[in-house]
Write a protein that binds this ligand. Structure first.
Ligand SMILES: NC(=O)c1ccc[n+]([C@@H]2O[C@H](COP(=O)([O-])OP(=O)(O)OC[C@H]3O[C@@H](n4cnc5c(N)ncnc54)[C@H](OP(=O)(O)O)[C@@H]3O)[C@@H](O)[C@H]2O)c1
Length: 333
């Protein structure tokens, strides 16, 4: 474990120097790892674990696309129950609503000393609502790669967060570190189920997806209302953001961006950032309160089919305009 200084605040980070891939593999070599769910995370984690030479069994409900995908990736998927009966370590990677629905099939196979591993704290933190309450004589851990399944599989080297909810064997933290490293992560941060869950649910409703998409739509609509054509409104709202500014912020930081834009842009952005921040602060406060109280959990567990809303977004002018701009981009490459 190394101590790292984050702008004056020290945090512990486990890197590959302290917990090498070799050590991680050794930790898991005599275990059967069952991956329940072959969706975004399930597929990525199962493939990476298998590539690292570990014994992986996939559990997936039959007859859906994910089942077919597991077969075409060379697995012989089993039913969720059969798979769980085979595993020492069970990675529970169904959707969070699916975890609640399938819990009885999983729970009955959680024999003494096994490990149940989540990629989100949702089911455990909101156990009063989900009724996902594991037996006391197993380890219950959290391993969260900080990225989508596709990034876990194709890019690798992501950061991960780990947490321990139950440490029956005394080895729960080592197991969590070993899984984080063997699914392809590099730097591992320790957290708690609650912290990870509240932070993640707030962030994805906020800046990562919800707020970002709301902000983008609001600016695009205003530009369109004022007579700017779609190409112009899109370029000034999304194209510059994704193609130029976000990669730059990722590489060098927002401070660098502020220091390196035109004086005109800089003065305006320095002034207006306060107004946007003040407008958003009460929204974030409401959001965090709803996450912590479990109100957002209720909404997730209703498991409403998003198809109509997704179609509406997909058919909206802004994202159709985006498709045209992207196609032009690829033609010029
Ligand atoms: N995606 C991410 O970026 C990300 C990142 C970090 C952590 N996580 C966490 O990882 C876990 C898995 O998320 P995901 O994004 O990989 O999910 P996903 O892509 O939506 O995959 C869902 C899986 O759950 C199965 N499933 C859903 N409802 C079910 C039900 N009622 N009965 C049986 N199976 C059901 C699906 O099977 P079918 O295909 O048959 O429907 C599929 O295998 C979640 O806890 C999530 O919060 C996700």
């Amino acid at each position: 474990m190394v101590k790292m200084n984050f702008g004056g605040i020290e945090e512990d980070v486990i890197t590959l120097e302290e917990f090498s891939l070799k050590k991680a593999k050794k930790n898991l070599e005599d275990k059967v790892i069952v991956v329940i769910g072959y969706g975004s995370q399930g597929r990525a984690q199962a493939l990476n674990l298998r590539d690292n030479g570990l014994d992986v069994v996939v559990g997936q409900r039959e007859g859906t696309k994910s089942w077919g995908q597991a077969i075409s990736d060379g697995f012989e998927p089993l039913s969720i129950e059969d798979a769980c009966s085979r595993g020492d370590i069970i990675l529970y990677l169904l959707s969070d609503a699916g975890q609640m629905k399938q819990w009885s099939s999983v729970k009955k196979h959680l024999a003494r000393g096994k490990t149940l591993c989540f990629a989100h704290g949702f089911s455990i933190v909101y156990r009063d609502q989900t009724e996902v309450i594991p037996p006391e004589d197993i380890d219950v851990i959290l391993v969260v790669p900080k990225g989508s399944g596709a990034t876990v599989r194709e890019k690798g080297g992501l950061n991960a967060s780990i947490a321990v909810h139950q440490n029956f064997t005394g080895k729960a933290e080592d197991t969590a570190n070993a899984i984080a490293i063997t699914i392809g992560c590099q730097n591992v941060f320790k957290t708690t189920f609650e912290r990870e869950t509240y932070c993640n649910l707030t962030a994805e409703r906020g800046v990562l997806v919800g707020a970002l998409s709301g902000l983008i739509e609001a600016q695009y609509n205003e530009l369109r209302k004022r007579g700017h054509p779609p190409s112009e409104a899109f370029s000034e709202t999304v194209e510059q953001l994704t193609e130029s500014l976000i990669p730059l912020i990722g590489e060098k930081g927002m401070d660098y961006l502020f220091a390196n834009i035109s004086k005109t842009a800089q003065r305006g952005a320095l002034n207006w950032r306060h107004k946007f921040k003040e407008a958003c602060e009460p929204v974030f406060e409401e959001l965090y309160d709803r996450v912590k109280s479990g109100d957002e959990t209720e909404v997730v567990l209703e498991d409403i089919d998003p198809a109509d809303e997704l179609e509406e977004i997909s058919n909206s002018e802004i994202w159709r305009a985006g498709e045209v701009i992207r196609n032009l981009r690829s033609k010029n490459q």
